[in-house]
Design a protein around this ligand. Structure first.
Ligand code: ADP
Ligand code: MG
Length: 239
């Protein structure tokens, strides 16, 4: 029994073709789980279904043992970080970080406590009054992470959160995200098309191609025992 369970999940947008085909998957509590695959393989669709932002065409989705197929996103007790950060340009860093807590009716005092703690954790304490346009790419990314962390949701979904950053910053942020995930004991579902990111960050990795699971396993297993030629060439293993 995992924290997130997908049972025979399929998805089609137009009834013509399945973009996801009978996905069966169980993600454990506290696990850093990476979805990796080429562009168009269905990663974002899968993540958005877990988040409740996309209808499920067929199959059953469970979060914490509860069937959530028709549960609205706000009731799923999860947070999501998007590729483009999706910060509100007219709000300050502080307001951006606290935005979700307002909607959840978290008390003012508790909001301030969490803000202080989260900002310190991510090195944002001196930037709280700035607007997103006054921040660097890396700082904006930290604000997006802070907004997710501050929710205290046990399940965190990230869709290519580092793809807009330069290589050095990306390497730093990988370490940062793993550190936070461990420290907070989060269950993470992390989407990337970057093999290096997948191999260095994932406790387990699922390789997706054309809406079908190619292999699920530990990085070392995928490297040493790729299930097929696609996995071998995608992961870059010697076989
Ligand atoms: P990835 O995130 O791996 O790049 P996506 O989940 O975004 O893949 O897309 C998977 C497939 O579904 C692609 O063929 C894409 O064109 C299609 N698709 C994604 N979103 C929509 C949509 N809203 N309407 C129709 N087709 C879509
Ligand atoms: Mg995508």
């Amino acid at each position: 029994m995992g924290q997130v369970e997908l049972m025979n999940i399929s998805k089609s947008y137009d009834k013509q073709k399945n973009v996801l085909n009978e996905i069966n998957l169980s993600i454990e509590e506290g696990e850093f789980f990476v979805l990796v695959g080429p562009s168009g393989s269905g990663k974002s669709t899968l993540l958005r279904m877990i988040a409740g932002l996309e209808d499920i065409t067929a199959g059953t989705l469970k979060i914490s043992d509860q069937v959530v197929n028709h549960l609205p996103p706000k009731d799923r007790n999860l947070s999501m970080v998007f590729q483009n950060y999706a910060l509100y340009p007219h709000l300050t860093v502080e307001q951006n970080i606290l935005f979700g807590l307002r909607a959840k009716k978290v008390q003012k005092e508790e909001q301030q406590l969490r803000l202080t703690e989260t900002a310190a954790m991510l090195g944002l304490s001196s930037l709280l009054k700035r607007k997103p346009k006054e921040l660097s790419g890396g700082q904006r990314q930290r604000v997006a992470l802070a907004r997710s962390i501050v929710s205290h949701s046990p399940l965190c979904l990230m869709d290519e959160p580092l793809s807009n950053l330069d290589a050095k910053l990306r390497a730093n942020m990988r370490v940062e995200i793993r550190r936070l995930q461990k420290k907070l004991g989060l269950t993470m579902v992390y989407v990337t098309h970057d093999q290096v990111e997948a191999m260095t960050m994932g406790d387990r990795i699922m390789v997706l191609n054309d809406g079908k699971i190619q292999q699920v396993g530990k990085p070392i297993t995928l490297y040493n025992e790729p299930a097929n030629v696609f996995v071998a060439s995608f992961i870059g293993s010697p076989k």
